[in-house]
Design a protein around this ligand. Structure first.
Ligand code: 13P
Length: 285
């Protein structure tokens, strides 16, 4: 199955189910996420933060993710998350990313729209899809720290989508990146109002720590892409600690990778079942 863009991978969601976008940290994660998708016949998005892109180099991480995606038996999109510069977004496109997020949410509306539109115009020429953010999702994601979130206005969202031509919109509806300090309060009426005003799929940021009920409510309200980042890291680190404790001095790197991969694979499968993406890859057959 070929690599696809986020626009293509989200096209069938329609308030019934959503595709998980899992932030990867290394090769083990890439394989675990793709294998989970294959085992459940689910479409999936391999998501790469700016921090991970800089850590490995964009060319290396693109090669790893695109190779894993192209070899997969299910549709896989390779997406650059929260990219704050047009230059890095273009670099990602050059190296094969099928989708990029240009995050101008820290800028005033007009500047955010101008930056986003610039990236959309280039992406169109390459068949790459673009996600934009309006409003501010608070919290911490790798080296992206947003102290104070602010919710998205539905009218402004419609204007933003029209002005920029983005393929996917990330609205702020009360979620935050990282670990929640108190139970997240989601503004589902706001989500419904945004979904009614815009014609593009919506992306939910800050998926770690939401309840099953909140995920279901978001999907019903129009969320088509659900980002999970922190939970992947938590599962990974817990599995590594467990393996090292249990195997003591005999610990070897490849069995350690295997143990961590198995844990990430199970966690990702659980999310795919919850989001309803399991079994949906047959639509592309
Ligand atoms: P979490 O780290 O809170 O799961 O959020 C992931 C995300 O939204 C990446 O953009």
């Amino acid at each position: 199955m070929a690599l696809v863009s986020n626009k293509e991978i989200l096209q069938y969601c329609d308030h019934e189910w959503a595709v998980g976008a899992f932030n990867i940290n290394n090769l083990d994660d890439v394989q675990a996420v793709v294998h989970a998708a294959e085992e459940l016949n689910s479409p999936v998005i391999l998501q790469v933060s700016e921090g991970v892109a800089k850590h490995f180099g964009i060319e290396m991480v693109a090669a790893i993710c695109c190779t894993a995606g192209a070899k997969a038996s299910v549709p896989v999109a390779v997406h650059l998350d929260h990219c704050r510069s047009a230059a890095l977004a273009v670099e990602a496109m050059r190296h094969g990313f099928t989708s990029v997020m240009i995050d101008g949410s820290a800028l005033p509306f007009a500047e955010n729209a101008a930056l986003t539109k610039q990236v959309v115009e280039i992406a169109r020429l390459c068949g790459v899809s673009v996600e934009g953010e309006l409003g501010k999702v608070g919290g911490t994601e790798d080296d992206l720290v947003v102290d104070e979130g602010s919710l998205t206005d539905p009218e402004e969202a419609a204007r933003f989508v029209e002005l920029t031509g983005i393929d996917v919109l990330a609205p702020a509806i009360g979620t935050a990146h990282g670990v929640y300090k108190s139970a997240p309060q989601l503004d589902l009426p706001r989500l419904a109002a945004i979904a009614a005003k815009v014609s593009v799929p919506l992306a939910l940021h800050g998926g770690t720590g939401l309840s099953d009920e909140q995920f279901r409510g978001c999907i019903k309200g129009g969320i088509a892409k659900i980002n999970i980042g922190t939970e992947v890291k938590q599962v990974q680190m817990a599995a590594a600690r467990r393996y090292l404790e249990e195997s003591g001095v005999k610990a070897e790197p490849r069995p350690l990778s295997k143990a961590v991969q198995a844990a990430v694979l199970e966690a990702v499968k659980e999310k795919m079942r919850l989001f309803g993406s399991a079994g949906q890859a047959s639509r592309w057959a």
